[in-house]
Structure formats: structure tokens, C-alpha cells
Design a protein around this ligand. Structure first.
Ligand SMILES: *[C@@H]1O[C@H](CO)[C@@H](O)[C@H](O)[C@H]1NC(C)=O
Ligand SMILES: *[C@@H]1O[C@H](CO)[C@@H](O)[C@H](O)[C@H]1NC(C)=O
Ligand SMILES: *[C@@H]1O[C@H](CO)[C@@H](O)[C@H](O)[C@H]1NC(C)=O
Ligand SMILES: *[C@@H]1O[C@H](CO)[C@@H](O)[C@H](O)[C@H]1NC(C)=O
Ligand SMILES: *[C@@H]1O[C@H](CO)[C@@H](O)[C@H](O)[C@H]1NC(C)=O
Length: 362
């Protein structure tokens, strides 16, 4: 699904590289020959290096060359692990720093067998947010059948401490969208944290956009290009409704909504609405939705002269990392990650595919 978007975006991002803004980024192109490392990725202007100094096992592969023009460069080579049940990367990170982590596996028929591999990966293919308690972060691939686990890229960025605060646990992304009916996703350099914002729009919405420069100077640093558009309900007196199904259905859900007024309001106009998610929404506590899924409603108040509006939205679920009882001497807490995430289908179509299953109510 994202292939067309990648096609559309390759080459349009000029290599704008400001070294300070990349500080703390870990951008590894797995399987990249050392002599081709490092390089500046023209897709997003980030500097990628080979993964070879972080792992001693595995072999290098290259996706089928008919994908060369389709995929962003970091997905063209990969590392595969024909040997060993469990193969791990050990990355240097700052303790107690919050990180955004993305691991991508692009099969691309690298072995000519046309057989999608299946394996467990100890950090989800989706981005999630994690605070390592030590200075090392391990990402492991575990063989589950006869096929070799594969990995194409590891992309890690530090986050501000005052963002994505949870009472406990780490966050796994359900979806991150900006309300726009166009086709392109947004990431670095528009997003200084290289989060991926997918466009999303519903048939019961009306699009509003602005060319004006939006002030995005709050802690979340939502890209201005994402805030320049918003959705309002087509029925201006009705609510704006977004529904989705968290996995598992009883997961603790965190929701981050991003609002910016992008219309010029007259002195006698007001925009005011209530945010309803199983009752009044409280952003500092996670929610458990009903078995039928989550239903977010933005409901215009009686005194408002304008319909509700939303510019961007992120939903996460909490994942806890239980301690591995069998190795009490293991001081490195992050090694105790036991939550495995099975990739149901890995193929070249799977690049950064985020499982957005949004349905529009009303
Ligand atoms: C959002 O949509 C508008 C019009 O539909 C389009 O002009 C604009 O480029 C879109 N924004 C992005 C970031 O794609
Ligand atoms: C943007 O908003 C912040 C916080 O409200 C404010 O301190 C800052 O001056 C604003 N920046 C501009 C350019 O308006
Ligand atoms: C618009 O929303 C209002 C308030 O929910 C409702 O009473 C009305 O029937 C809706 N109109 C249409 C055309 O759906
Ligand atoms: C606001 O005032 C303008 C003229 O001053 C008027 O045309 C408009 O209808 C008013 N809007 C509302 C919601 O009262
Ligand atoms: C939200 O939850 C926090 C933590 O339980 C609580 O302290 C706060 O009062 C709640 N806020 C609202 C508006 O209910």
C-alpha cells in the first residue's frame, strides 16, 4: 500500500542535513557493505551507516533489483540469519532517555525463493516508544520455523522527556495520522523526530487547510505540514467521530490529539468542543475501550459557533516488559524483553506499513 507513497516521495526531499538535528539518531542500513558506509539518504536527508559494527552474525543480502527504483535506499540491503535461533543487535543508547524505535524487514525476494520468511522480532515492526534503563538496547530476531529471519533497517530517535509520558510500560503504535485527504506521508525532515504521519480522512469529514505558518512550538513538535490541514464534520452541528480496534481489544490505550486553529475567527465566533472517549477524556491516564473497539467523539458545545476540528492524532497501546525469571543475574533490564511480535506477512509491500484500521462512524 505504501509503495506508491514511497515512489511519490523519493527524490522530492532534498538532502537537508543539519547535523545538530540528527544528534542521537541511530540510522542503520542492515547488510550494507562497510565500504558503502556511511551515506546520506536522499529520501529523508539522514545519514545511514552499515550495521556491521553492531552485530557479528548473519549475512548480507540485496533485494531483487527491480525494486531499486521503488524502495528507499535503506531497504535495498538486508541482513539474514540462516544460523542460530536468536540473533541480537546491541546498540548504545543513553540511559533513561525516551526513544522512538522502528525496525523494518523487507523481504524483496532477496534469496530468489519467493518465500516470505516468518520469525519473531523482539521490538515491533511498528514504531513504539521505550525508555531503556541501561546504556544498551538489544533488538533480537528469533527463528521460528525453517526460514531465516531478516532485517533491513533500524531507525532510532531520542524523544523529549516531557512527551509521551506513561504511568508505566512502553508504547506501541496503533496509528499516527494527520487529517488530510491527499496521499503523502510525512516524516523527517518535516518531522524533526522522524515520526511517520500517514494521511487519513473519512467520508463524513470536511477538509480545511491553510498556507499560513502554524506555531508548533509545543513539546510534541508536530510537523507544521501536518498541522496545516484539519478535518471538521461534514454535518457541522454533529460530532466528528473516529473509531478503531486496539490490539488486543482489552489493551490500555493512550491517545495524543493535536489541535491547531487554522481558520480566522471573527470576534463573534468561537470553536469549542468536548472530547469524549468512554466519557470525558483524561489524557494522563490510559483507557480501556469497550470490546467493540474505541470510539472518539469531538462534540460541539452549545455555545460554539463552529464545528469541532482535529489536525492530527496518535494512538498507542501499552506494552509491559516482564522480567525474565530464568536469568535473575541479568542486570540489563531491556534484555528481558519478552513481548514478541509476530510478523504476519513480511514482503516488500510491508515497508513501514502501519496497521491503521480506522472506521468512520456516522
Ligand atoms: C493536504 O491537503 C491539501 C488539499 O487537499 C493539499 O494541498 C496539501 O498539500 C496536503 N498536505 C500535505 C502535507 O500533503
Ligand atoms: C508559539 O507559541 C508559544 C507558546 O504559546 C509562544 O511562546 C511563542 O511565542 C509562539 N511563537 C510565535 C512565533 O508566535
Ligand atoms: C446533523 O447532526 C445533528 C446533531 O447530531 C442531527 O440532529 C442531524 O440530524 C444531523 N443531520 C444530518 C443531515 O445528518
Ligand atoms: C458575526 O458577525 C457578522 C457581522 O458582524 C455576521 O455576519 C455573522 O453572522 C455573525 N456570526 C455569528 C455566528 O453570529
Ligand atoms: C485525570 O487523571 C489523573 C490521574 O488519575 C487525575 O489526577 C486527574 O484529576 C484526572 N483529571 C480529570 C480532569 O479527571
Amino acid at each position: 500500500m505504501k509503495i506508491h507513497l514511497l515512489l511519490a516521495i523519493i527524490g522530492t526531499y532534498v538532502a537537508i542535513v543539519v547535523s545538530q538535528t540528527q544528534e542521537g539518531f541511530i540510522s542503520l542500513d542492515c547488510g550494507l557493505p562497510v565500504e558503502e558506509s556511511p551515506y546520506v539518504n536522499e529520501f529523508n536527508g539522514l545519514t545511514f551507516t552499515s550495521d556491521s559494527t553492531f552485530i557479528q552474525t548473519g549475512k548480507s543480502g540485496r533485494v531483487n533489483k527491480n525494486l531499486n527504483d521503488v524502495l528507499s535506499k535503506q531497504y535495498l540491503t538486508l541482513r539474514y540469519f540462516p544460523e542460530g535461533k536468536r540473533n541480537c543487535y546491541s546498540l548504545d543508547v543513553k540511559p533513561d532517555t525516551k526513544y522512538l524505535i522502528a525496525v523494518s524487514s523487507v523481504y524483496g525476494n532477496y534469496d530468489g525463493l519467493n518465500l516470505d520468511p516468518s520469525f519473531d522480532i523482539y521490538i515491533g515492526r511498528n514504531k513504539w516508544i521505550s525508555t531503556p534503563r541501561s546504556n544498551s538496547l538489544d533488538i533480537c530476531l528469533v527463528k521460528t520455523g525453517t526460514t531465516s529471519p531478516i532485517i533491513s533497517a533500524i531507525e532510532i530517535q531520542p524523544l523529549r522527556d516531557d512527551t509521551y509520558v506513561t504511568q508505566s510500560g512502553s508504547l506501541r503504535l496503533s496509528f499516527r495520522v494527520y487529517l488530510n485527504n491527499s496521499a503523502g506521508f510525512i516524516r523527517y525532515p518535516d518531522d524533526v523526530r522522524d515520526r511517520i504521519w500517514d494521511p487519513f480522512f473519512g467520508s463524513s469529514y470536511t477538509q480545511i487547510t491553510t498556507d499560513l505558518n502554524i506555531n508548533n512550538s509545543n513539546a510534541y513538535e508536530v510537523p507544521k505540514t501536518a498541522l496545516q490541514s484539519a478535518a471538521t464534520p461534514r454535518n457541522a452541528s454533529g460530532p466528528l467521530v473516529i473509531t478503531w480496534n486496539p490490539k488486543p481489544s482489552n489493551a490500555q490505550v493512550y491517545l495524543y490529539m493535536h489541535f491547531a486553529e487554522i481558520q480566522t475567527l471573527e470576534a463573534n465566533e468561537t470553536r469549542e468542543f468536548d472530547v469524549i472517549l468512554k466519557g470525558n477524556f483524561n489524557h494522563s491516564v490510559p483507557m480501556q475501550c469497550d470490546s467493540g473497539g474505541c470510539r472518539l467523539e469531538l462534540v460541539r458545545t452549545p455555545k460554539s459557533t463552529l464545528p469541532p476540528l482535529i489536525n492530527a492524532l496518535e494512538a498507542y497501546t501499552i506494552i509491559e516488559f516482564p522480567k525474565l525469571e530464568t536469568s535473575p543475574s541479568d542486570v540489563d533490564a531491556i534484555k528481558n524483553i519478552k513481548v514478541t511480535y509476530r510478523l504476519s506477512k513480511i514482503s516488500w509491500q510491508g515497508v513501514n506499513e502501519i496497521h491503521v484500521s480506522l472506521k468512520i462512524g456516522r
